[in-house]
Design a protein around this ligand. Structure first.
Ligand SMILES: [Zn+2]
Length: 448
């Protein structure tokens, strides 16, 4: 089986330039070695039984990949132990043995989604750039509530079956609250506020607070967050920052999804200005370009003590990263990559080699069905592997599982196949015609 981390020394055309157009490179193989394996174990929670699942390759993500491994789970999905297949671990309960011919990974953590936009699947054409996309979203966002809820339920179900265990979900309304409440997945809701004109700040904040109240009053994790640097006025940004000081929460912000964003901040020009004036009919006379990038202009306005998720980062540069490192010293900052959404809207990808070289913490999201063909996080992994084959599979799965769990504050129970956690378990089986889990035809089976 050849589903392991791969290396292409010729480099393909993985981009190092922010937002550079890319073409898929070729692949070559790289072997990995089985590690010496310690075996932390815990006892089954209920004592009813244990499933032991073997696979040619197991990505525990708390250690190196394990060849010919075995994962022991109790009937609650709690990991009892992970061992080499031949190593004997005895649990004093009935053991069901399952043999597989694929790769085992923990459940996926989708750090950025907009479940309530699921009714827009296939509605907005791709390749329009950010100007066309936000204009189309603005025109088509509304729909009968029943239709929106039904589409969201269907999308949530497909996420579950594609191995997702937790979601960082942007909500502008409380429509998804009932389905999140009864969902088997964990939801961290980011109630998103936007309003470009300062006169709208108070109303926007009150709307967000009303939505937040619905989630919070039912004990669901939720925080109020700004949509993006260009769609939130200074008074609204200040109000959100002050609110956030009061709540133990994390922030999410769409960042540098397009080159238009920097253009608007540096010179006050381009598609974003056109959207605000022509689509929304707004007065932009108060807007004073900063001469700086969008990120440089916005980071100082955010609470330094709260974890921050920056979404997209398609046009983030090394200068931005240096600034980020200087200013964000108190709490972690995660860059959340949504490659399929970036390709859908603008045909660009973020500068992943730059992020890796600079050691920036990365995790993954799908964004919404308005700008993606599906909400399976594994599809994002496959895309990254296709364009950046030099990235080891272990690293990609770490972004998709463990880093996502860390970014959402859930790594105490999700993200790695570690004794005591309930991280979900996904089997990825290669298609019949090849032996590579990253090639078309591979199948996902949720085992826990
Ligand atoms: Zn988004």
């Amino acid at each position: 089986m050849n589903q392991r981390g791969k290396k292409d020394k010729s480099g393909g055309e993985g981009t190092d330039q922010p937002g550079k157009k890319v073409t898929p490179p070729g692949n070559a193989d790289k072997e990995i070695e089985s590690p010496e394996f310690p075996i932390p174990t815990v006892v089954p929670a209920t004592g009813k039984g244990v499933r032991s699942i073997t696979a040619p390759l197991v990505y525990t993500l708390w250690g190196p990949p394990l060849e010919n491994g075995r994962v022991f789970l109790d009937d609650q999905g709690t990991i009892m132990a992970v061992t080499p297949r031949r190593q004997k671990v005895h649990f004093p309960v009935r053991e069901e043995v399952v043999y597989t011919e694929g790769v085992l990974v923990p459940g996926f953590v989708n750090v950025h989604c907009h479940l309530e936009l699921s009714h827009l699947a296939g509605v907005i054409p791709g390749g329009t750039g950010i100007g066309g996309f936000i204009g189309a979203i603005n025109r088509r966002r509304g729909a009968p509530e029943e239709e929106m809820v039904q589409a969201a339920r269907h999308a949530a179900s497909s996420m579950y079956h594609s191995g997702t265990v937790a979601v960082g979900d942007i909500s502008n309304t409380a429509l998804t609250a009932p389905l999140k409440k009864e969902s088997p997945m964990t939801w961290i809701t980011f109630v998103e506020s936007f309003g470009f004109h300062p006169s709208r700040a108070e109303r926007a904040l009150q709307q967000a607070l009303a939505v937040w109240e619905v989630f919070a009053s039912q004990g669901m994790a939720a925080s109020i967050v700004p949509h993006s640097p260009y769609s939130v006025s200074d008074p609204l940004m200040r109000a959100i920052a002050e609110l956030d000081q009061l709540h133990s929460s994390r922030l999410s912000l769409h960042n540098q999804e397009s080159s238009e964003e920097d253009l608007f901040f540096r010179r006050g020009e381009g598609a974003i200005r056109a959207h605000l004036t022509e689509n929304l009919g707004l007065d932009v006379s108060h807007w004073i370009p900063t001469g700086l990038s969008s990120l440089e202009s916005t980071l100082p306005k955010l609470p330094a003590s709260k974890p921050l998720l920056l979404i997209h980062n398609t046009f983030t540069t090394s200068t931005d990263l240096a600034f980020l490192r200087k200013i964000r010293t108190e709490a972690p900052t995660w860059l959340v990559l949504c490659p399929n959404s970036n390709l859908y809207i603008g045909g660009n990808l973020p500068p992943v080699p730059l992020f890796r070289r600079e050691g920036v913490p990365l995790c993954l999201g799908t964004d919404s069905l308005a700008s993606n063909h599906g909400l399976s996080l594994f599809d994002e992994v496959v895309t990254l592997h296709r364009f950046f084959p030099e990235i080891p599979a272990q690293e990609l799965f770490t972004w998709a599982c463990l880093n996502g769990a860390r970014a959402l504050g859930l790594s105490h129970r999700l993200g790695s196949l570690e004794a005591g956690k309930q991280p979900g378990l996904v089997l990825i089986t290669p298609g019949q015609d090849n032996h590579d889990i990253f090639m078309p035809g591979s199948r996902l089976t949720r085992l826990a």
